[in-house]
Design a protein around this ligand. Structure first.
Ligand SMILES: NC(=O)c1ccc[n+]([C@@H]2O[C@H](COP(=O)([O-])OP(=O)(O)OC[C@H]3O[C@@H](n4cnc5c(N)ncnc54)[C@H](O)[C@@H]3O)[C@@H](O)[C@H]2O)c1
Length: 505
């Protein structure tokens, strides 16, 4: 199955933010493009705006003047839907309302030819539901571009219940021919990215609502330890709190209020009070003139311990042993399987966040998961009320001796990075098991759609098969609402990995 012929016309209906971006992509790829909008004059204005963007590409030497002129000549605003009759693909990017989209496609079905692909760019509506209005829904599918469409490579190619394989494949190949990276996915709430990314925001807000740390500290830990490009608070301020919350709300509602997708009360208050982020001057942070950006909590310098005793297998934190030795601190290794921890002089323990709260232990400091302990520049530590100040000081000094900044947060089980990554991994395994997409496409979607440093399934493999399951099991025990209950898919994965590891040893 091949991509659509570049000489065939493509139409974009709805010429707002997304419509303009998608039209530009099809145009630059080489198609003649028709633009249609319900508001008279808007398609013409969109053509001018696209033309101005092409001019900027010429200025930046990313497009030649000859190609720009040819592209402009291929772009045509339409005054009537009937002018789209000879198009081979119509991409819809109108208002996010089911009845509006259904009505539009019903009308289009009477205008275009039988072979014309019909696609919606919906973010939150069901492709199957929109296609339900059509007499021939087999050629109808979702082409979910990300904003800004000309810059972001990812396109989710969504098959509804009635979409035929040939149409989905043709749309997939066409997106690829346009220079995009398509991923195939089933019609489920949030598709791939907006479904699996929910815990990235939700867990950060949950830690904040539990007084675990302030936004600046949580953001710094997500970036400098977790390897995420931006923290959840600064990212939602950029996206817009209203936009981000409405996606969360829609996914939660679409899953019949599944507790795993529960929206945040604190974010609700921001939206209700008009603190929408950068665009309104204030969100989690203050962007008004003269406002100071708050600093993350960073611990004062402390003395490192003279030695540590490493007990058991530190799993994802094993690299720390090499780093501690390189810092000139003695590591005494004990094989005894008493647990997986570093014991400090005086008997205090340093344990990788595992979803438990340190309140149950006598003298424990938890440290958070890092994407890469060598590259991480900050590590979060948490201690319970009964943890001795000496153990906390030694733990702080130890990480500082490795060149890390230390943020001390409250006793929140699963800390910041560990709970976030465990939940993202769980949703990814669950999505694979439910046939939403392949492992490879999920990893591609999360790296390209939301810039994650690793795809969640690759992350799961690196952390070890049962790591996320064990963290969530513990979190579920502390917070038995169901929010943290590992999915059956994650249990199966952990069990299978356990057996594999068991049989190889
Ligand atoms: N903005 C994003 O980040 C983003 C990302 C991915 C997908 N989407 C989806 O893309 C679609 C469009 O979003 P947007 O942000 O570009 O919206 P927008 O408000 O910027 O543009 C919508 C355009 O559609 C026009 N329109 C409305 N009803 C119409 C109709 N019946 N026929 C023709 N034109 C009509 C409007 O006049 C307007 O120009 C929505 O379905 C949205 O969920 C948005």
């Amino acid at each position: 199955m091949t991509a659509l012929d570049l000489s065939s016309p493509v139409a974009v209906v709805g010429t707002g933010t997304m419509g303009q971006g998608i039209a530009q992509v099809a145009l630059v790829a080489g198609h003649p493009v028709r633009l249609y909008d319900a508001v008279p004059g808007r398609a013409g204005a969109a053509a001018d705006a696209i033309g101005a963007r092409l001019d900027r590409l010429v200025e930046k030497e990313r497009l030649t003047a000859v190609d720009r002129d040819a592209a402009r000549a291929r772009l045509r605003p339409a005054e009537d839907l009937a002018e789209l009759a000879d198009c081979v693909l119509v991409v819809e990017a109108v208002l996010e309302r089911l009845e509006v989209k259904q009505e539009l496609f019903r009308e289009l079905e009477g205008i275009v030819g039988d072979d014309c692909l019909l696609a919606t760019n919906t973010s939150s509506l069901s492709v199957t539901a929109i296609g339900g209005a059509l007499a021939r829904p087999g050629r109808f599918l979702g082409l979910h571009f990300f904003n800004p469409a000309p810059l972001l490579p990812l396109v989710e190619v969504v098959s509804g219940f009635a979409t035929d394989v040939a149409s989905a494949t043709r749309a997939y190949e066409t997106a690829r021919a346009w220079g995009k990276t398509p991923v195939a996915c089933a019609d489920t709430p949030g598709f791939i990215v907006n479904r699996i990314a929910r815990p990235f925001y939700a867990e950060a807000f949950e830690v904040y609502e539990n007084q675990g740390a302030d936004p600046a500290t949580i953001d710094a830990v997500l970036r400098e330890s977790g390897g995420f490009r931006m923290g959840a608070f600064e990212l939602t301020d950029l996206i817009g709190q209203d936009v981000n919350e409405s996606v969360t709300h829609s996914v939660w509602q679409s899953f019949f209020q599944d507790v795993r997708f529960t929206p945040s009360l604190a974010q609700r208050r921001l939206v209700e009070s008009g603190r929408l982020g950068r665009k309104s001057g204030q969100g989690w942070y203050d962007y008004r003139d003269g406002a100071e950006r708050p600093e993350p909590h960073t611990a004062e310098p402390a003395e490192p311990p003279a030695y540590v005793v490493a007990e058991g297998d530190l799993g994802p934190a094993t690299e720390l042993l090499a780093l501690i030795r390189e810092a000139g601190i003695e590591v005494r290794e004990e094989d005894e399987d008493k647990g997986t921890r570093l014991v400090l002089p005086g008997g205090g323990q340093l344990v990788l966040a595992d979803g438990q709260t340190s309140v149950e232990f006598r003298d424990v400091v938890y440290f958070d998961l890092a994407l890469d302990y060598r590259k991480a520049t900050r590590i979060a530590l948490s201690a319970a009320q009964q943890t001795s100040p000496r153990t906390l000081a030694q733990s702080t000094g130890l990480f500082q001796a490795l060149g890390k900044k230390v943020s001390v947060i409250g006793d929140v089980p699963g800390m910041i990075v560990a709970r976030t990554v465990a939940r993202i991994i769980d949703l990814a395994h669950d999505a694979v098991a439910r046939g939403v997409a392949t492992e490879e496409d999920i990893d591609t979607a999360m790296r390209l759609g939301v810039n994650y440093p690793l795809g969640p399934l690759e992350w799961s493999r690196r952390l070890g098969g049962d790591w996320a399951c064990a963290v969530l099991d513990n979190l579920h025990e502390c917070t038995p609402s169901g929010r943290y209950a590992p999915s059956l898919a994650l249990y199966r994965h952990a069990y299978a990995s356990d057996k594999r590891e068991g049989s190889s040893s």
